[in-house]
Design a protein around this ligand. Structure first.
Ligand code: HEC
Ligand code: HEC
Ligand code: HEC
Length: 465
């Protein structure tokens, strides 16, 4: 029945190339992000290279536009062919051949040139863009180790070379896949036994796994980067300095809002409130970290998913936790990070506005907070507290007076407050585990976060800090 076969085939063609078109539309969003990343990277590098006047002529930016185009459009022919080829293979008949595999040798050569050519031209910019993804994503984690700049430099210099073979191998593999027949299972087994194929697979495995790791970072990046507001950026941000300048920076969302605000106030950039919001969203999604991401890097490293069992606390109590963490790493837990963490726990419904603290009412909670206020800003409240838990009242009071003498004159406790704090402190330190619940992170924690109902990882600390 030849006529029916042709309608079937026509339907198949439509299906395959619609899938290809869809793949392209999805790709283009990321292609634009990649193109911007490449532009920002090159501009940034060029500026760095030209701190010396005499080098200025060598600083070339004229290859930015071709690189942008290559990153965005270079992979498209291959992508289209691979997507259509996959559809053809999936719907291939008994003998496994399909329209692409039936092409003659010459035609296959043409397809190869038309797809791998642009792809090869795109491979380097693509690798650059991917390395930017890796760098931006890793930034928040690398801060943890403190030694950030050298690590970032290493990534900028080497990531592209690590990713390049992966990009190339996967491109070639995708094309071979699209152009070859879909083998039946018996044939497949026989082929697998061939030694050269095995060897080739092993050779391809290394760059492909590097790409897979890079791709994972890329996926994490792509999941939050958007093109919303890209038009405001393209329209406005290149008028006084290079368009890519804002993309040299990784800032907290608050800091980006400030940048936009100062530009409106001082540089007289005329943006409607709606455009301002879109631009801030653009900058935040491309070069910042969401509140959740910040929480993840600051707290979830220890708390995993156990934080979901946390009880609500007041905003000030949450900020107190981050401030105390900041004693051990002031930069890592700095003020804007604290603001993001507080916003995150607020969004998770963990704010208690009643004035109480866990199961304490407002009055009892105030006692705890006042003790923290007067005894918690030079050292842990429970520092050497076990000793004083058993000490007699006179000795205890003498100690608190001694502490009060250390406090800056204007902030010292008066007689009545001193008596009150002494009494409340003395009560609170009777059960230090309970105090830890009320005031987490009074001392540096050496273990992992709590698994609900179970204390793990925290060896009994003998000397309290
Ligand atoms: C009317 C001129 C003008 C326009 C338009 C402009 N800028 Fe700027 N921008 C400046 C000036 C001036 C500086 C300071 C330059 C320097 O320090 O070298 C600057 C510096 C910056 C910086 C680095 C300093 C900082 O605050 O971190 C960023 C980021 C920035 N601009 C972002 C943007 C963005 C985003 C836009 C798009 C709306 C934009 N700029 C548009 C004038 C402008
Ligand atoms: C170095 C590991 C570590 C980090 C980082 C860490 N915590 Fe903790 N946290 C602990 C440990 C250990 C405990 C004590 C667990 C227990 O009570 O059994 C704890 C207890 C807590 C508690 C009380 C537990 C409860 O069930 O109410 C809260 C709340 C808390 N942490 C908040 C935070 C916040 C917010 C951050 C991020 C700013 C953070 N922690 C970062 C290890 C950590
Ligand atoms: C202005 C900073 C400061 C404040 C505020 C402060 N301390 Fe101290 N604390 C110190 C210093 C410094 C030491 C170590 C030197 C010493 O023992 O006098 C110390 C030591 C201690 C010790 C152990 C040493 C000892 O004397 O046995 C305890 C217990 C103590 N403080 C409790 C408290 C209490 C309770 C409060 C709140 C009323 C408090 N601290 C407020 C600075 C302070």
């Amino acid at each position: 029945m030849p006529p029916e076969r042709t309608t079937d085939e026509r339907r198949l063609h439509v299906l395959a190339w619609s899938a290809a078109l869809l793949t392209w539309l999805v790709w283009d969003t990321f292609g634009q992000v990649l193109a911007r990343d490449v532009e920002a990277l090159i501009e940034n590098l060029v500026r760095d290279w030209t701190t010396d006047y005499t080098q200025a002529p060598y600083a070339r930016t004229d290859f930015i536009e071709p690189f942008r185009l290559a990153a965005r459009f270079g992979p498209v022919p291959l992508l289209l062919t691979a997507a259509a080829g996959t559809m053809y293979r999936l719907t291939a008949g008994e003998n496994g051949d399909h329209p692409l595999s039936r092409l003659s040798g010459k035609q296959k050569l043409l397809v190869t040139a038309a797809t791998l050519g642009p792809f090869a031209a795109a491979a380097f910019p693509l690798g650059l863009g991917l390395s930017m993804w890796v760098a931006v994503e890793l930034y928040w984690w690398l801060e943890w180790y403190g030694d950030m700049d050298p690590t970032m430099l290493w990534i900028h210099e080497n990531a592209v070379w690590l990713l390049l073979p992966g990009v190339a191998t996967s491109g070639i593999a995708a094309l071979v896949f699209a152009l070859s027949e879909s083998p039946d299972p018996v044939l497949k087994k026989k082929r697998r036994r061939s030694r050269t194929r095995k060897l080739l697979r092993w050779v391809a495995a290394v760059p492909l796994s590097v790409l897979a790791v890079g791709g994972l970072f890329g996926a994490a990046h792509a999941s939050r980067v958007s093109n919303v507001g890209a038009e405001v950026h393209a329209d406005w941000c290149g008028r006084c300095h290079e368009r890519a300048l804002p993309l040299y920076y990784v800032k907290s969302p608050d800091a980006w809002a400030r940048t936009v605000e100062t530009h409106v106030d001082i540089e007289r950039v005329e943006l409607t409130p709606e455009k301002r919001a879109r631009l801030t969203e653009f900058l935040t999604s491309n070069r910042s970290f969401s509140d959740h991401w910040t929480f993840r890097s600051r707290c979830q490293g220890c708390h995993g998913s156990t934080w979901r069992a946390w009880e609500p606390r007041s905003v000030a109590d949450w900020q107190g936790i981050v401030t105390r963490m900041g004693w051990w790493s002031p930069y890592f837990y700095r003020a804007d990070v604290g603001a993001q963490i507080t916003r995150f726990v607020a969004a998770e419904g963990l704010i208690d506005n009643s004035g109480g603290l866990l199961d304490l009412d407002a009055e009892a909670a105030t006692k705890v907070r006042d003790v923290v206020k007067y005894c918690g800003f030079c050292h842990s409240v429970t520092y050497e507290a076990e000793r004083y838990a058993k000490e007699d009242a006179d000795e205890l009071r003498r100690m608190v007076v001694r502490m009060n003498d250390k406090i800056h004159l204007g902030l010292r406790m008066d007689e009545a407050t001193l008596d009150r704090i002494t009494k409340d402190y003395s009560e609170l330190i009777q059960d230090i585990d309970r105090f830890d619940e009320l005031v987490p992170h009074d001392r540096p924690e050496l273990g992992t976060g709590r698994i609900p109902g179970q204390k793990i990882g925290t060896p009994p600390i003998s000397g309290r800090y």
